[in-house]
Design a binder for this molecule. Structure first.
Ligand SMILES: O=C1O[C@H](COP(=O)(O)O)[C@@H](O)[C@H](O)[C@H]1O
Length: 247
């Protein structure tokens, strides 16, 4: 489902409503809410909203468990860290126990080893049979990447591993990412996409030919879960109206 908003503020409010709804549903159904956060610029407003009333009071933070969809392999204090941004905008301002937060980073360990450990932890935490997050938040880059699933990378072809680390040559840094097979087990996946710079890729992802090698966001198709695209009018400017619902 695609929902189109006049601007980023309305989109972020809708994302906050969706987050609260998924948190309340999950806690009512199985006593906890397990979510993977996204990095980048797209979720900043959402995280700030979740840290404020009325949203923050509608979420049971002690029953909320935070993972990440991807990370830059940099120290948690580095300004490029997705976890640092989430702490600054959200996690440092809500009553969530530190032991409920699982950043994709540890010191004194190789990224590939860390990815294996993170995957094992997720399998233990979510259940090995079908490790399904209650919600995965995603952004989409101007090039159609999502999480750290970048165009032309081998990780796009991953079929069995749920977390992978690899060296991303153009950025000269390691990336850690959930893979498409794990993301597609989620009960709900929500993309946040705004700005005219995203319009060409959004058109290709949603209405272009199947080409996940160039537009990795096309890989995200939850098997049994809900897929929601929250998009602003600028990002949606190239979509046909048949594909969208304006809000
Ligand atoms: O590298 C990344 O980029 C994507 C998209 O970022 P945005 O700034 O366009 O929102 C993001 O979803 C991902 O978490 C991040 O590591």
């Amino acid at each position: 489902m695609i929902q189109i908003f006049q601007n980023k503020d309305l989109l972020s409010k809708a994302a906050a409503d969706f987050f609260v709804q998924k948190a309340q549903e999950a806690i009512q159904q199985h006593g906890r809410f397990v979510v993977a956060l996204t990095g980048g610029s797209s979720p900043v407003e959402l995280y700030k909203l979740l840290a404020q009333p009325p949203y923050t009071e509608l979420i049971s933070w002690p029953q909320t468990f935070i993972f990440w969809g991807d990370e830059r392999w940099v120290p948690l204090t580095d300004e490029r860290s997705n976890a640092r941004m989430a702490h600054e905008t959200l996690l440092d301002h809500v009553p969530i126990p530190a032991e409920n937060i699982f950043p994709m980073r540890a010191e004194s360990i190789e990224p590939e080893t860390f990815a294996l450990l993170y995957e094992q932890h997720l399998r233990d935490f979510l259940g090995n049979e079908s490790p399904a997050f209650d919600l995965i938040l995603l952004g989409m880059g101007d090039d159609g990447h999502t999480a750290s699933l970048f165009p032309g990378t081998a990780v796009l072809h991953e079929e069995s591993r749920y977390v992978q680390a690899y060296f991303l040559e153009p950025q000269a840094m390691y990336r850690i990412t959930l893979t498409a097979p794990l993301i597609n087990l989620a009960k709900a996946v929500c993309f946040l996409t705004f700005g005219s710079n995203k319009a060409p890729a959004l058109f290709e992802v949603l209405e272009g030919k199947s080409n996940p090698e160039h537009y990795p966001s096309q890989l995200i198709r939850p098997e049994n879960g809900e897929l929601l695209w929250l998009v602003d009018e600028q990002a949606a400017s190239l979509l046909t109206s048949a594909n969208s619902g304006n809000m």
